[in-house]
Design a protein around this ligand. Structure first.
Ligand code: ZN
Length: 414
């Protein structure tokens, strides 16, 4: 499958906001932005919350039917591998092959040797149109990169062929992701990774490298903006060059696993995708669930009490809740407010502390990150939580749509 130029992924932990999410994309379309929706949910989140990939497919299809969406849309099996892909095969038409855990495992010597030989035309001074300084590629640096990533890309090939065998090669979009590695990939590494992907004959549509800086869940970027801008710009030039040189799909584009809310990066990304006139996929995390909690808090009464009780249930289990998200959150548990303090918060105080508005003195990024990973507690509340979502449906939906459209889609693609 060939993906459209602009695609936007959002997550929905409790599967109640599909329509509100799609409404943001519909409104973007009405404003002239040709953005297409992707619903993403990782194996990790399905497992924690006890949902199934088929549930996400049903939610997406229902939202599409209700709003009369006629353009393409996707259901993303996010961060899967050979061990976890099977239960996604019926539901998903977008597969994010996560091979980060395989990076650093060396491929066999013959494959490494063949790759180094194939890269000979590019060693020495490598000039990539759009990048001012040439890259210096040596046989040694190519070999080092192959040692780090070739086995991982061979694994991506194995997963892709497995999905193709089960679903038919024409029936899904392939993303290769290495964003959950320890260190970011340089533009040169991205170039070589794309060469490896081409040699594996993976019809890659989107590639998710790890960028420089911190991409914590639900909060803004932490890092050097100028450095990010330079690398993102170079990455876009590298992709255009790799498409031509390696015969990769012309629709190949970057995928940014944003973790949501990278507000300081959005103007940079917007400027650069316009400069390169290229496509982009952005994944946001399931911060739609935080909009639910904000909506419940704002509703007051039982809604507010549910919001306070999620925190009360989560605080004693902080270590367990944070553990699965270790590399993508920075939470100092000692700096979180006490349970007693939060039990005394008003609707306004709770919402202002959680909502990502850096201009509001009450906004607390520790509290926001912590609540983001605390969805398991809301899941354990069962009907008490989901009934409240239904009771306060309109208030929550307005938050969800507004957040995605005005704080993400428009600044990124507009
Ligand atoms: Zn990711």
């Amino acid at each position: 499958m060939t993906i459209e130029k602009y695609t936007f992924g959002s997550g929905d932990r409790f599967a109640h906001e599909g329509e509100a999410q799609l409404r943001a994309v519909v409104e973007a379309q009405e404003a002239g932005l040709d953005v297409h929706p992707v619903w993403n949910k990782s194996n990790r989140e399905h497992t924690i919350i006890h949902s199934r990939p088929d549930d996400l497919r049903a939610e997406a299809d229902a939202a599409v039917a209700t709003l009369g969406w006629k353009k393409p849309y996707y259901v993303d099996a996010d961060h899967i591998g050979l061990q976890t892909v099977d239960w996604f095969l019926a539901a998903s038409d977008f597969y994010t092959l996560d091979v980060a855990d395989f990076s650093g495992q060396p491929a066999d010597d013959a494959s490494i040797g063949a790759f180094v030989k194939a890269m000979e035309p590019y060693t020495g001074e490598l000039v990539i149109p759009g990048i001012a300084r040439p890259f210096a590629l040596t046989t040694e640096s190519v070999r080092a990169c192959a040692r780090k990533f070739l086995f991982a890309m061979q694994e991506a090939g194995r997963i892709d062929r497995y999905v193709a065998e089960k679903k038919g090669a024409e029936n899904f979009v392939t993303e290769v992701s290495v964003d959950e590695t320890d260190s970011p990939q340089t533009p040169v590494e991205l170039f070589l990774i794309l060469a490896m992907i081409a040699r594996e004959k993976i019809p890659v549509q989107t590639i998710a490298p790890k960028f420089t800086g911190r991409f914590n869940k639900g909060v803004d970027y932490v890092g050097d903006l100028a450095q990010f801008e330079k690398e993102f710009d170079e990455d876009l030039s590298v992709i255009a060059f790799a498409i031509r040189r390696f015969g990769l799909p012309a629709s190949l584009k970057l995928s940014v696993h944003s973790g949501s809310d990278k507000f300081s990066l959005y103007p940079i990304i917007n400027k650069l995708i316009k400069k390169h006139d290229c496509g982009l996929h952005v994944k946001t995390a399931g911060t739609t669930w935080l909009e639910e909690v904000i909506g419940l808090a704002e509703a007051g009464g039982e809604g507010l009490q549910i919001a306070r009780d999620i925190y009360a249930g989560a605080h004693p289990k902080a270590a367990d809740l944070i553990a699965p998200y270790g590399p993508v959150v920075d939470i100092d548990v000692a700096r979180l407010p006490s349970v007693a303090e939060v039990q005394g918060w008003t609707a306004e105080k709770f919402a202002a502390t959680l909502r990502h508005d850096q201009a509001n003195a009450d906004y607390d990024r520790q509290f926001r990150q912590f609540l983001h990973v605390s969805f398991k507690i809301a899941a354990q509340m069962g009907a008490r939580y989901t009934d409240a979502l239904k009771t306060h449906r309109d208030l929550i939906a307005a938050n969800v749509t507004h957040n995605l459209l005005h704080r993400h889609i428009r600044p990124i693609f507009g």
